[in-house]
Design a protein around this ligand. Structure first.
Ligand SMILES: [Zn+2]
Ligand SMILES: [Zn+2]
Length: 332
């Protein structure tokens, strides 16, 4: 399968944008199917909302509204930047990366295995960085702000993350490492489909997905990822398989006796678009103004969220460490 002419020479993002005209829609069946999947997801999302809201009376309606505003803003920003939607942007970045890459792993079975491995590990790394580097957390935290889980949370991303950060880390970098853009396109499709299914409401699907839980990310794993429970923080970073989390030691299954408490640890007004999307930036800015040296400013920007120059650290790993010590003391 070939989705683009590799003989085309593209040396900058600007010229890469012109590639849209060179992609023959007939060779992009997955991109063509995507709008229908997204439409099906929207219809399911509305049905899920109706069930949770009218039948169970448990829907946090403000959070649904905020997710819709977030998606609308991403689409507007995408049009403004000429970058359209995330999956398309990622493909453009992949083509750009491939044009600069010194090698091409191709579409042989080995090329696919290599491509899958690089994509999954890139996904793990970009997501780990998004949780561990405060500046990147400012981009990623909108996705974690909701205090409930529903299918629309899957769309609730900062436009900077969807249109720039993810296309760069999951399109440009793998392609630069020689992964064929066609493989990136296929994995992006799987990612969009499966990654959104992971956000199905726990009010609708609560059971774990038995055999699948052994090798695939499932709604149960992803709910753990969205938890603010200390034990669950910063785990289950992948969106397709368990590969990266398994290799890097960040896999955390749901504990039956510890239900997920959704959301982030700061007080956030989850129906406010401004607070959800820019609240973390505001707090970072306040900390930067307090910084009394360049290195302190650097630490605020690039150390994990919760880092503080003095006093008790509030990072996820410090909290986990304290919780572990407390349990050991109770056990002793
Ligand atoms: Zn995350
Ligand atoms: Zn999620």
């Amino acid at each position: 399968m070939s989705i683009l002419r590799r003989d085309l020479e593209f040396r900058s993002l600007k010229t890469t944008l012109a590639l849209m005209e060179n992609i023959n829609p007939d060779t992009l069946p997955l991109v063509q199917v995507l709008p229908f999947f997204l439409l099906a997801l929207l219809i399911y999302g509305l049905a899920e909302f109706a069930f949770v809201h009218y039948r169970l009376r448990r829907a946090k309606t403000g959070e649904y509204g905020m997710a819709v505003k977030g998606l609308g803003f991403t689409m507007l920003a995408g049009l403004g930047m000429g970058l359209l939607l995330g999956p398309v942007t990622k493909l453009l970045f992949a083509v750009w990366g491939a044009s600069l890459s010194p090698f091409d792993a191709g579409l042989s079975p080995l090329g696919w295995i290599y491509g899958f491995f690089i994509y999954e590990m890139s996904y793990w790394l970009q997501h780990w960085l998004a949780h561990k580097v405060r500046l990147l957390w400012c981009l990623h935290s909108p996705h974690h702000a909701p205090r409930s889980m529903n299918i629309f949370v899957g769309f609730n991303h900062s436009f900077l993350e969807t249109l720039l950060y993810m296309p760069f880390t999951l399109g440009f970098i793998p392609a630069l490492l020689g992964v064929d853009p066609a493989i990136i396109a296929v994995l992006t499709f799987v990612d969009v489909v499966w990654g959104n299914i992971l956000h199905v409401s726990d009010n609708v699907v609560s059971r774990r997905w038995s055999v699948l839980e052994r090798f695939m990310q499932t709604p149960s794993y992803h709910r753990v990822h969205h938890a603010q429970n200390v034990r669950y923080m910063d785990t289950n970073y992948n969106s397709i398989t368990l590969l990266g989390d398994w290799l890097m030691g960040t896999l955390q299954p749901l504990k039956e006796h510890e239900p997920v408490e959704f959301g982030i640890t700061r007080p956030v007004n989850t129906s406010s678009f401004l607070d959800v999307h820019f609240g973390e930036f505001l707090l970072l800015w306040r900390d930067l103004k307090k910084a009394d040296s360049l290195s302190q400013g650097f630490n605020y920007l690039f150390r994990p969220p919760g880092w503080t120059p003095q006093g008790e650290q509030q990072t996820a790993s410090a909290r986990k460490h304290r919780a572990l010590n407390a349990t050991q003391m109770t056990d002793a």
